[in-house]
Design a protein around this ligand. Structure first.
Ligand SMILES: C=C1C[C@]23C[C@H]1CC[C@H]2[C@]1(C)CCC[C@@](C)(C(=O)O)[C@H]1[C@@H]3C(=O)O
Ligand SMILES: O=C(O)CCC(=O)C(=O)O
Ligand SMILES: [Fe+2]
Length: 340
């Protein structure tokens, strides 16, 4: 400690040093914190400090309320849920551990999924119609709840696509325009407690085949991402959304962004819920990275494909996992060699 600082610490305020340039404050926070009065130099004008207490208290969107709505679906009697079970090849509807699709490595979860297209000019949006048609009139309100959730998630996704474009040095609106008329899948996940939680998984290791995933998990926790060669828990936050890059955006970025390997674990004590909004382009649009990105990279990483093809692959030919896109490309090129 030099003589100045030692004398400063010993001498009473003012906490300045004096030298040929005049008086200069020395910022020693531990010293300043011990002073009886808060130094005037650190006090900012009120206008710079104001914040709306209400905004800080009330989240912009009540994510917990949307999570709670899940229970109206999953607390239905089993026969009611099985009556709206997903049909083979269709993403919409109820699924119990995907038991009707797979015979091993079953995920310890129930899911309820439905499509969202966002071009609702009808008085009664398609999501509301879906809930009423498959679950009955007493689910009309739930339909409206998830219609509004999907609208909000779509808006968030379009802003994220602008940010992704900027980060890649392509036209800011490139991806936004590509997804504006996109088709999304909304999925409600319900994970019951499991006495043998160490032997099973709520959702197995996978990269989402879609483009962008916007996920909200409840406060129980269970989402894990594989990074630095280990599984890392994603800490739940009541006011936060988790955003994953999916396989289709990996192709749209010509491989510059990598889809994220993740899974969900279950536990012995608590049921767990998550809301997952999977964003995809219009099913027939050709998935192709921006030309200037390809020019900069020097070559295409993936051939042209459509989301319709990849979705069909995951629903009819392949259980999505960590290698879905590579397996899909091999399948595609073997069946449609002209895509590259
Ligand atoms: C296109 C999709 C298939 C799955 C739902 C969406 C995006 C994520 C996929 C999924 C969750 C990846 C893990 C395996 C899967 C079978 C699941 O556990 O639900 C996948 C979904 C599905 O095929 O229903
Ligand atoms: O429930 C979670 O936290 C993850 C679910 C998931 O990855 C999925 O549904 O694709
Ligand atoms: Fe996922």
């Amino acid at each position: 400690m030099d003589s100045t600082s030692s004398s400063l610490l010993l001498s009473p305020p003012p906490y300045h040093t004096k030298d040929e340039t005049g008086s200069t404050l020395v910022f020693d926070s531990s010293f300043l914190q011990k002073q009886a009065s808060f130094p005037s130099e650190f006090i900012w004008p009120h206008g710079d400090l104001v914040h709306n207490e209400d905004e800080l208290k009330e989240p912009v969107i009540d994510l917990e309320g949307f999570l709670k709505e899940i229970d109206k679906i999953f607390k239905l009697p089993l026969d009611r849920k099985l009556s709206v079970r997903r049909k083979p090849g269709d993403v919409s509807g109820y699924s119990g551990a995907h038991a009707h699709r797979y015979s091993s490595k079953l995920p310890w979860k129930e899911t309820f999924s439905f499509g969202y297209h966002g071009d609702d000019h009808d008085s009664v949006p398609l999501v509301v119609d879906y809930f009423k048609s498959v679950l009955g009139k007493d689910f009309e309100h739930t339909g409206w709840v998830y219609q509004s959730y999907c609208e909000a998630m779509k808006k968030v996704s379009l802003v994220i696509f602008e940010l992704l474009a900027i980060s890649l040095g392509v036209d800011r609106l490139n991806y936004r325009k590509f997804f504006e008329d996109g088709s999304s899948i909304m999925r409600c996940n319900y994970y019951p407690p499991c006495n043998n939680s160490a032997l099973t998984l709520g959702t197995g290791p996978h990269c989402d085949p879609t483009s962008l995933t916007i996920l909200h998990q409840d406060q129980v926790g269970g989402l894990q991402v594989f990074a630095d060669n280990k599984w890392l828990a994603i800490r739940p936050r009541p006011d936060a959304l988790v955003v994953n890059i999916g396989d289709t955006f990996m192709a749209l970025s010509n491989g510059r962004y990598r889809s994220c390997l993740h899974r969900a674990v279950v536990n012995r004590e608590s049921e767990r819920r998550s809301l997952v909004f999977f964003v995809s382009p219009n099913e027939e649009k050709v998935v192709r990275p921006p030309q200037d990105l390809v020019c900069r990279e020097g070559k295409r990483t993936y051939p042209d494909f459509t989301w319709s093809d990849l979705l069909e692959f995951t629903q009819k030919h392949y259980r999505a996992d960590v290698a879905t896109l590579q397996s899909f490309i091999q399948w595609l090129l073997s069946s449609k060699p002209s895509n590259f």
